[in-house]
Design a binder for this molecule. Structure first.
Ligand code: NPW
Ligand code: ADP
Ligand code: K
Length: 502
């Protein structure tokens, strides 16, 4: 599992660690890790990142490379200067653009000059003819404008510099984080740097994983500076393949279909018949022992044709015993009384799409709500654009509001509980943004709930597997449909469940 911590916790851990170490030791660890990643960038070991297109790709390493440092008035600028000094000693031509001469990290600047680096900015501002020329011909730009001490977007002179750097063809490496993002929320409130690679220190920072900020961080490289023992519980968790492989329910020797868990599915309608078929497909593969589908004859017939293992009934009340419900995908209007009955049935429930329209103020059983940004906006009486800009804020708010697990879908899928760390799904891709793909996710998540996973684990495991299936489907079909994603599921699950991976 990968973790990210809040700035206050990073600061406290740094203070505790620094008390044990000689002055400046931590910055040397950070700068040495930063310089090592920069050397790899200059050897061409990194892709072109997000700003791909106009990059001049260098392969020769630091010797003879042109490096520009953007240096703010704090320790983030200090890291850049010390790393610049190391690169200069290895033969790079290093030019520093100093934003605040009165605040610049003194020993870092002296070290850079000793190593042969030069300052190209002027006394009255960072943008000079020499600055522009250095940035235009740079192979690598190191963004040390702001780190965890930054507040709000970049100020005008830094913003102008960042904009000029963005128009250059150099690879941009951000020190700790792309300057100007809100590091604890992933929000962006003004001008900021766009990085191809971010080298972060001690632990990951929240904003590096949450859009919109994550989208401007590029590849993330973590440099261990020894903070680990001093860090408290993380603010964010990112599951990895091995975590997910371990979290799957393992049917025991004397399992039967009931003990493996039965999922009830209330999805699809005359208008959205396919939603029932797609959700049922996610469900029959998701680890539960049996699927009971409740819905109108025509929809049930479609489900049975595709998934003959399903047991169908006309109404939720006639479905029989289940260990969990998944409700709402493509359900349309008119079955609100059934949704209400399912929500008070006393078993865990995944609530998607139309099931989210009229949620009661209190939910009677453990619930996993799976809105996209538009649905969450409607639930919280907010604007969709605001939910997309402040994903972490709103997902946490909804989790507290309904005392439930909330899985917010989209470019960063987040899974939040009323308290504790939020999980970010690392496998998402725009390939998933296709009609019906959310229905597959709902069926899969519901099935995992029925099989006994908690709402938090079921949501995060389902999102992870769904994302992997999206990648596999994209390799096979270019622009995969939801049916393609569904078809890729068994292969992905087989890989995850292989004994060697558990
Ligand atoms: N502590 C450690 O042990 C280690 C820390 N490390 C490194 O230190 C970094 C944190 O350093 P830091 O605390 O000095 O803050 P930092 O992010 O450089 O910026 C502060 C300066 O920015 C300014 N400023 C603020 N907002 C602004 C804006 N919007 N636009 C423009 N300017 C703005 C603010 O000025 P003021 O607001 O006072 O005018 C102040 O001068 C951390 O990210 C990591 O890289 C590593 O070496 C590992 C060991
Ligand atoms: N830009 C994106 N990047 C990654 N995943 C995305 C993106 N846009 C949508 N998704 C994912 O695609 C799925 C779409 O689900 P949903 O919005 O419910 O669509 P539908 O209702 O048509 O099934 C969700 O899993 C969501 O997280
Ligand atoms: K930075």
């Amino acid at each position: 599992m990968i973790f990210a911590h809040a700035v206050a916790d990073v600061r406290a851990a740094e203070a505790a660690l620094m008390a044990q170490l000689p002055e400046g030791a931590l910055m040397q660890r950070a700068a040495s890790g930063l310089a090592a990643v920069c050397a790899r960038v200059l050897r061409g070991e990194f892709g072109d990142g997000l700003r791909s297109g106009g990059h001049r790709r260098r392969r020769g390493g630091p010797y003879g490379a042109r490096v520009v440092l953007l240096v703010g008035g704090g320790d983030n600028g200090g890291d850049a200067l010390w790393a610049g000094a190391r690169l200069a000693r290895r033969g790079a031509r290093v030019d520093a653009v100093i934003l605040r001469h009165d605040r610049v990290h003194g020993t870092g600047l002296a070290a850079l000059k000793d190593a042969g680096g030069t300052v190209v900015s002027g006394d009255d501002g960072p943008m000079t003819t020499a600055t522009a020329a250095a940035i235009r011909r740079a192979d690598l730009i190191i963004d040390g404008i702001l780190g965890i001490g930054g507040r709000g977007g970049l100020r005008p002179d830094a913003a102008e510099l960042a904009e000029f750097a963005a128009s250059a063809s150099a690879h941009v490496v951000a020190v700790d984080l792309p300057s100007g993002i809100d590091v604890d929320t992933g929000e962006i409130s003004g001008a900021h740097v766009r990085a191809d690679t971010t080298v972060t220190f001690g632990t990951h920072k929240v904003g590096l994983f949450v859009d919109p900020a994550a989208a401007v961080a590029g590849d993330i490289e973590l440099v261990d500076i020894g903070l680990g023992p001093y860090l408290p519980a993380p603010a964010l968790q990112v599951l990895e393949f091995a975590d997910v492989a371990r979290m799957f329910p393992e049917p025991d020797r004397n399992a039967d279909k009931y003990r493996r868990g039965v999922l009830g599915l209330l999805a699809g309608s005359a208008q959205y018949r396919g939603a029932a078929v797609l959700a049922a497909g996610g469900a029959v593969h998701g680890g539960s022992g049996m699927l009971r589908f409740a819905g109108p004859d025509a929809v049930a017939a479609d489900v049975l044709r595709r998934w003959p293992e399903t047991v169908v009934s006309a109404e939720a009340a006639e479905a029989g015993r289940v260990q969990a419900w998944a409700v709402g995908s493509g359900l349309g209007e008119g079955r609100e009384h059934e949704v209400a009955a399912v929500l008070s049935a006393g078993v865990p429930v995944l609530v998607d799409a139309d099931g989210l329209r009229k949620l009661p103020p209190q939910l009677a059983s453990p619930a996993l709500l799976t809105p996209h940004a538009g649905e969450l906006a409607r639930m919280l009486d907010a604007q969709r654009s605001d939910v997309e800009a402040r994903r972490l804020h709103y997902v946490r708010q909804a989790a507290r509001r309904w005392n439930a697990t909330v899985l917010l879908k989209g470019s960063t899928t987040l899974v939040a509980e009323p308290d504790g760390p939020v999980r970010v799904n690392p496998t998402g891709s725009p390939a998933l943004a296709t009609a019906g793909s959310g229905d597959v996710l709902a069926g899969l998540g519901g099935s995992l709930l029925a099989a006994g996973l908690t709402t938090f684990d079921a949501g995060s495991v389902a999102a992870f597997v769904h994302g992997m299936a999206g990648h596999v489907a994209a390799e096979l079909s270019g622009y995969p449909s939801a049916s393609d994603i569904l078809e890729a599921l068994p292969g992905v699950l087989a890989e995850l469940r292989r004994p060697a991976n558990r």
